[in-house]
Write a protein that binds this ligand. Sequence first.
Ligand code: FMN
Length: 212
Amino acid sequence: MLHWLNQIPVEEHRKSRLSMLNKEGRMKVLGIVCSPRLHGNTEILVQASLAKAQEEGAEIELVTLAGKTISPCDGCYSCRETGKCHIKDDMQDIYTKLLEADGIIFGSPVYFWSVSAQAKALIDRTYVFYAERRLRNKAVGIVVNTGRDGCTSALAAFSNFSTGQKMIVVGRAIGFGGREKGTVKKDERGMAEAEELGETMVQYLQSHKIPS
Ligand SMILES: Cc1cc2nc3c(=O)[nH]c(=O)nc-3n(C[C@H](O)[C@H](O)[C@H](O)COP(=O)(O)O)c2cc1C
């Protein structure tokens, strides 16, 4: 079987992409926890995805928005001219991390059938990358923790953002952890989904050369 791009056998094509990936050492997976609570259920789920990704060979980093200041986008559009966001807050560091990551796992608690305000602020502030599609082709994993309901619309918020930024959603995990910190650990299926997401992310990154 030939690969449609350059007419080389598919297996050879796959191997060449793998070796390029390994040579550059490019497999950085960033987890962003958009819960305002430190060490809560969303963080536990994202941590489980990252731990699995690390076990599979990725370099990992977890960032939590708890205690950070991420102001909302003010719609000034100056970023379209300058390529920079004029709001000087904790998002500036996160911009660097987003650009450096090959894969990003976004996690949020479900708040009123959607993502947290922290998650929405982060989503909107990535508008700075939109004009030049600077997040294009990065792999995305989506993690949500819910008490009972609303997870599909929270997943949709992250998914629509990701595809809008031309990123590739490789999977998702839903935890039914509820309010009490740590209870998501009892949700075996949710925890297993989170781990599998980390594994899927690495498998995706290993089999795709992400254009820089
Ligand atoms: C403002 C607010 C809105 C919430 N809305 C919902 C909701 O729509 N559906 C639901 O099942 N749980 C809802 N919850 C419960 C949260 O989903 C739950 O506390 C959260 O997932 C815990 O995650 P954390 O430990 O990472 O903070 C809400 C909680 C808060 C504080």
